[in-house]
Design a protein around this ligand. Structure first.
Ligand SMILES: NC(=O)c1ccc[n+]([C@@H]2O[C@H](COP(=O)([O-])OP(=O)(O)OC[C@H]3O[C@@H](n4cnc5c(N)ncnc54)[C@H](O)[C@@H]3O)[C@@H](O)[C@H]2O)c1
Length: 439
């Protein structure tokens, strides 16, 4: 029996041992799902505080994450999931999932330090015949061009003989980690068709959606393209929102009418795109592509990056209307995570807005119910501010008590970057109101 056929049969009877490297949003969810499916899973994580929490049965992710805290508790208690900072614990695992972060630098080039460091630490302990699956999102060509040679070098094993490789990008998102993991389809790219086949056997134990077999580069392109597609579509909505504002029309109405046309689905305009993935995956997609003008993707990214600055300008205009200069204003930013009802602050558009406002001389205070640093009493935080700026559509901001907010603020200025405030109600409550894409 070949090594992969043997592995597949051990997947079927759940005796295959699994390792997961990086226990963040992606790694923790998949480690727990596999542990629940009956595998013994060992998670290796750089951050000792995260490891300690998991070993104590506590979920290290805050925000609303349905099912995950209970599942962490359950699989740790049943000893199906263990966590450590030590790669030596991976010496007898048959399948290793790499789920480390893959950011881009300020110059928009990929930073694969975590991926490289994973390879040199995993290599020396890699079991003969193991299957290594990169779940992290990577630039096309990275799995076979970087991970394969690095692992071969550090393990002293030959690809497709001593170890096998694959890329199976994740489709989770904060707030829906387990749901997306279980329900959405996945692409399984293998270093050989047999490796892809073995990957399908593994993911079938946790995924209800379709599982497609392919090669690594197709899987890499699929993931980076799907996030780029979203970024470009958001950029279109943002561009339309800016046009509506400039000509005195209401984006929400225009969008509603456009979407009655068959096949049209304009997204919402917003104050910026954050998170670990969408702001960087377009740069991963275009990285190192020879001889192709990728200007459309770059233009969309640049427009989306400029949205917090646009919100800052709306704030400036509204303050101007009540004769308050930016340099003497105290401003309340509502929301700091990048997504509603999540604690994830990576690439937060609020951070970018705050930098602009501070550069222009304003004092800025922040409230966010999900980010520990800013999870203070909303009304106390609002006291004495000249303006409130809604940057995240947290449930708590969706039906704000506008009269109470008006009573707390020192000046009646409200700016909405997420189309969650009813403009007429805000004006009726006495606010000078500005909203993204609002007439
Ligand atoms: N967050 C999402 O919703 C999402 C969705 C789809 C794909 N992805 C992709 O999945 C990957 C991981 O994303 P994430 O959101 O889980 O990131 P994360 O930052 O939450 O988790 C990564 C974890 O890896 C750990 N780590 C880094 N280097 C390590 C090393 N050498 N050894 C052991 N642990 C190490 C970090 O400490 C961190 O806890 C990225 O490539 C991302 O683009 C993320």
């Amino acid at each position: 029996m070949s090594a992969l056929a043997n592995l597949t049969s051990r997947v079927h009877d759940r005796t295959a041992r699994i390792g997961v490297i990086g226990l963040g949003y992606v790694g923790l969810a998949v480690a727990c799902a596999l542990a629940e499916a009956g595998f013994r899973v060992t998670g290796v994580e750089l951050r000792a505080d995260r490891v300690e929490k998991i070993r104590a049965g506590d979920c290290p992710i805050d925000g609303i994450e349905p099912g995950l805290p209970d599942l962490v508790k359950k699989v740790v208690a049943s000893k199906h999931l263990d966590a450590t900072t030590q790669y030596a614990a991976l010496a007898d695992v048959d399948v290793v999932l790499i789920c480390v972060d893959t950011p881009v630098a300020r110059d928009r080039r990929p930073r694969f330090e975590a991926l490289r460091s994973t390879c040199w630490q995993l290599g020396p302990v890699l079991k003969e015949g193991a299957l290594v699956i990169v779940e992290s999102t990577v630039a096309p060509g990275t799995t076979m061009g970087l991970v394969a040679p690095q692992l071969a070098k550090h393990s002293n094993k030959e690809l497709n003989k001593g170890f096998f490789l694959g890329h199976c990008p994740e489709r989770v998102m904060p707030g829906r980690l387990l749901k997306n993991l279980r329900e959405l389809s996945r692409v399984c790219g293998g270093s050989t068709p047999e490796a892809a086949h073995a990957m399908v056997a593994l993911y079938r134990t946790i995924v209800e959606g379709e599982l497609d077999e392919t090669d690594c580069i197709t899987a890499e392109l699929t993931k980076t393209a799907e996030n780029t597609y979203r970024d470009v579509n958001i950029a279109f909505a943002n561009q339309l929102g800016l046009i509506c504002e400039a000509v005195g029309a209401d984006f929400e109405r225009v969008r509603g009418f456009v979407n009655k046309s068959p096949g049209r689905n304009v997204l919402w305009a917003g104050a910026g795109v954050g998170g670990h993935c969408i702001p960087k995956d377009p740069w991963l997609l275009v990285h190192g592509v020879p001889g192709v003008d990728t200007g459309l993707i770059a233009a969309a990214r640049t427009l989306n990056e400029s949205m917090p600055l646009h919100v800052a300008r709306l704030v400036e205009q509204a303050l101007d209307e009540v004769n308050i200069g930016m340099h003497s204003a105290r401003l309340l930013v509502l929301g700091y995570s990048y997504l509603e009802d999540s604690d994830d602050t990576r690439n937060s558009p609020s951070q970018s807005l705050i930098e602009h406002l501070k550069d222009w001389g304003a004092e800025v205070v922040v409230h966010d119910p999900w980010v520990p640093e800013y999870a203070v009493d909303l009304w106390k935080r609002a006291e004495g501010a000249h303006a409130a700026i809604v940057m995240v559509a947290h449930a708590e901001y969706r039906d704000l008590d506008l009269a109470r907010l008006r009573g707390c603020l020192r000046a009646p200025v409200l700016v909405d970057g997420r189309q969650v405030v009813d403009a007429a109600a805000a004006r009726a409550a006495g606010f000078v109101f500005r909203g993204l894409g609002r007439a």
